[in-house]
Design a protein around this ligand. Structure first.
Ligand code: NAG
Ligand code: NAG
Ligand code: NAG
Length: 497
């Protein structure tokens, strides 16, 4: 990783991927922006900054590939074979992709290398390669002499805007199903983490994806993201990020061409621990649910509800666990927590910790930065958190756990639901009836009973309420990347009616 890179707009017809000196002139001249190593706060690379004109060019390429190119027209089996080849190449470059994600975002290398790329990227492409030739319509019984068929067709050019917390995983969740359905894509990476998708785009060419099918751009939300959301030639937009930005994407889509929008947004997910739960398992998994990936998960279990009869024991054990958490360089083995992704997030989290103190929550452990270089923050726990405190209502997106106590199941349900979000929940109990009650009453897209953050290509993911709309993964996402056409033909032979 010695030389600094200039990574320009990557568009398959041209697909630039350069390992250039910082001051070299790329094939896509224009403005660049730095991407920073959160361990050192130093610049890793300068990356091309897509402006409105770059988005127009990418859309033109995607439009041409959809309207006239082979991708939506080839047999589904051929598409499937290309996706399988792509998966093989992603697998072959597993460690490079993982390195880029860890460098760019500060996530643990053991996590990106051992879990995310193999299980949530490569596996996802294979899963949707399997779907490609199983996406089909129906034959419907009509009340009359007509044959009625439905076709499940690709939507067209799909705009996708992905976040920085799981760069390659979000790339796969978005790209794999959209391609399996026969769409073409303009995808914008997060400005904090543009690197891995550039390599992934290069591999897509090698896999045989036709020109213009996948166009990857790096840039900022206010310019490139806004241009995608409001583009008249983009037929659908899928966004993962904050609820605030999700509203802007939807407004832009509504004001332009009414393109359908799917959104995967924020959360403030409850993690509920009943008195009959295995307390040590509940401590460990509630710790994992919040602190995993530096607390930078939309489904982080960030409101821990503990039954009053085990509350003191829980706090003691949760504190001991947080104190044991190893924070350090994400490339070192044994480290459990790396730096936050960038300065802005780092400062936002520290200011929420101050807010928590001022609101009167009890700081159990943590609360400050670690060292004076890199965006490292101590694992932090607040207890006695009240529901109306900002640290209980707002998504902090950092290693800050808010613990509160409850008395009854009914109370836990009402308080857990009393939020604008509805992404996920964890429930810890040995009682099947209690588990069933919670899993039906909680207004969230995912409920994990006696486990947390269990993901699979087949399991749908998405939000209730202001956590979003539409689903990713599994069969469900296919509805969000296809549209239905009804085809009616008269039946001429009444003898068969
Ligand atoms: C919901 O939260 C609001 C604000 O914290 C509070 O005023 C209200 O009483 C809560 N409702 C329930 C049912 O807990
Ligand atoms: C997404 O798909 C779901 C079915 O899984 C459907 O109910 C929903 O309306 C779709 N939303 C959009 C915006 O396509
Ligand atoms: C705000 C909210 O969604 N509250 C709901 C939480 O769940 C309970 C039980 O299902 C509902 O009664 C609340 O309306």
């Amino acid at each position: 990783m010695g030389s600094l890179w200039t990574l320009p707009l990557v568009s398959l017809p041209l697909c630039f991927f350069f390992f250039l000196q910082r001051d070299s002139i790329g094939a896509c001249p224009g403005e660049t922006f730095p991407t920073v190593d959160p361990r050192t706060e130093e610049v890793l690379a300068d990356v091309a900054k897509a402006d409105v004109e770059d988005i127009n060019r990418a859309v033109k390429a995607a439009r041409k590939a959809f309207d006239h190119g082979p991708w939506p027209r080839m047999t589904a089996y051929e598409r499937s074979k290309i996706l399988l080849k792509y998966a093989d190449l992603l697998e072959k470059h597993n460690d490079e992709l993982a390195t880029l994600d860890s460098l760019d975002s500060g996530k643990l290398y053991s996590q990106s290398q051992g879990v995310e790329i193999p299980h949530f990227v490569t596996r996802l492409f294979r899963y949707y390669a399997g779907w490609a030739d199983k996406i089909h319509g129906k034959t419907l019984p009509a009340d009359g002499p007509h044959q009625v068929l439905t076709f499940h067709e690709p939507i067209g050019v799909v705009g996708q805007i992905i976040p920085w917390n799981f760069p390659m995983v979000m790339f796969a969740w978005k790209v794999a199903p959209a391609l399996a359905c026969g769409n073409t894509i303009v995808l914008k990476t997060a400005e904090q983490t543009p690197l891995s998708a550039c390599l992934a785009a290069k591999l897509a060419v090698e896999a045989g994806l036709p020109p213009g099918v996948l166009n990857v751009v790096s840039g900022f939300g206010e310019t490139a993201g806004a241009a995608i959301s409001s583009h008249m030639d983009i037929d659908k937009v899928a966004f993962t990020g904050s609820t605030e930005t999700g509203k802007l994407v939807m407004q832009a889509a509504a004001r332009s061409n009414l393109k359908p929008v799917t959104l995967e947004l924020g959360g403030k997910s409850p993690f509920i621990i009943m008195p009959d739960a295995d307390i040590d398992q509940a401590v460990e998994l509630s710790h994992f649910a919040l602190f995993f990936n530096q607390g930078q998960c939309c489904c982080a279990g960030s409101r821990t509800f503990v039954h009053e009869s085990i509350y003191d024991e829980y706090i003691e054990k949760a504190k001991a666990r947080a104190l044991k958490r190893v924070v350090g360089d994400p490339f070192k083995s044994g480290v459990e927590q790396g730096p936050q992704v960038d300065k802005a997030q780092f400062e936002k989290i520290l200011s929420y910790i101050d807010v928590g103190r001022h609101e009167g929550a009890n700081l159990v452990t943590g609360g400050t930065r670690i060292g004076n270089k890199g965006y490292y923050i101590q694992p932090t726990i607040f207890s006695d958190v009240k529901d109306d405190m900002a640290i209980s209502r707002d998504e902090i997106f950092g290693p800050v756990q808010a613990v509160t106590k409850f008395r009854t199941v009914q109370e836990a349900i009402e308080r857990a639901n009393n939020t604008t979000y509805g992404l996920a929940a964890g429930v810890f109990t040995k009682d099947i009836d209690t588990a069933n009650t919670f899993s039906r009453a909680l207004r969230v897209g995912s409920v994990w009973i006696n486990c947390y953050d269990v993901f699979d290509a087949a399991i749908p993911f998405g939000g209730y309420k202001m956590s979003g709309q539409g689903r990713e993964k599994g069969e469900y996402v296919l509805h969000n990347y296809t549209q239905v056409k009804a085809v009616v033909t008269p039946l001429r032979n009444p003898a068969w009616l």
